[in-house]
Design a protein around this ligand. Sequence first.
Ligand SMILES: NC(=O)c1ccc[n+]([C@@H]2O[C@H](COP(=O)([O-])OP(=O)(O)OC[C@H]3O[C@@H](n4cnc5c(N)ncnc54)[C@H](O)[C@@H]3O)[C@@H](O)[C@H]2O)c1
Ligand SMILES: [Zn+2]
Length: 350
Amino acid sequence: MRTVSVPTARPYDVHIGEGLLARAGELCSAVLRPCKAAIITDDTVAGLYLQAIEDSLRRGGYTPVAFQFAHGERSKNIGTLEAILEFLAGQQLTRSDVVVALGGGVVGDAAGFAAAVYLRGIKLIQIPTTLLAQVDSSVGGKTAVDLRAGKNLAGAFCQPDLVLCDIAALRTLEPAQFSAGMAEVIKDAAIFDRALFDSVSGGRHDLISTVERCVQLKRDVVARDEFDRGERQLLNFGHTAGHGIERLSGYTMLHGEAVGVGMVICARASYRLGLSKEDCAPPILAALRRYGLPTGCGYTAAEIAGACLTDKKRRGGTITLVIPERLGHCVLRDFPVADLENFIAEGMRE
Ligand SMILES: NC(=O)c1ccc[n+]([C@@H]2O[C@H](COP(=O)([O-])OP(=O)(O)OC[C@H]3O[C@@H](n4cnc5c(N)ncnc54)[C@H](O)[C@@H]3O)[C@@H](O)[C@H]2O)c1
Ligand SMILES: [Zn+2]
């Protein structure tokens, strides 16, 4: 088992390894006294792993209770948040008890938000079961639900007390979900780590080391910017156009798939406009292809720019874009909002 310690105001450990679900009770007992553990999960993950987690928590001295909701982004809403909060209250959880988020980013975000606001905050353990959740959403303390007006519009910062990434759980993922997680891995590598990029795009990587490296990279940026006021925005490489494309597809395209296309557009435009020292688009395209990810979309630059601009990351008359200066090193640059469509058009020109 590998461990990455995250030095936020309240520090916590992320354990990464094979078979950690079965050891959840033992690993939790190192940071938490026996208490009631409210496992929040979705119906798919419940069918696969709920029993194993309940058994393991019981062996560790905890009293598990479980709540599940329908899988998918559509459940990440205020109604589900309310149902989770009512469940916690109905089970009479106190501030000495714990919420255990078992599932992908949807479960982690909704259960994490519930843990942040129930009794003004109770303990939280994240057990991410998708690759995306292991390398991205379970670490860093951002939680949220979607509003009708857009994704992640209501949320809170809530650092977990412990994160358990069981690599074995990834074997049951749908291949497209696994690939979408790889898009975020490719993104982390393109922003911060050329060596990781080369090993992932060459297919010469083992998953435990790759997840560990991504968690370390996220740990480093979160430690420097816990509340997302500056540098943490680097993690949004490919996400401006990506969010626009995701929205235009009516969310039929997976987030990671759209982010992959967003990275290609941004890398190409950055090189053509003289903002990059090297052309990062060809290696990013090759890495996406290796994992069966799309590299283009059927929308126009005007459509994508329009869909991006309803995004909450826009501030006033400028928009901050993440520019790959070279592979493994990105920088933040502010652009007038009026230039965004041209930038995207440049990145879409073959
Ligand atoms: N908080 C953050 O910092 C942050 C960062 C990135 C993304 N997110 C959020 O994460 C969400 C996306 O997360 P996701 O991609 O994990 O989606 P998800 O939670 O919807 O999971 C994808 C699908 O995989 C299923 N699943 C989960 N684990 C499985 C397993 N081990 N085996 C088989 N099936 C499994 C789920 O039931 C679901 O149908 C979005 O809502 C996004 O906004 C949050
Ligand atoms: Zn993302």
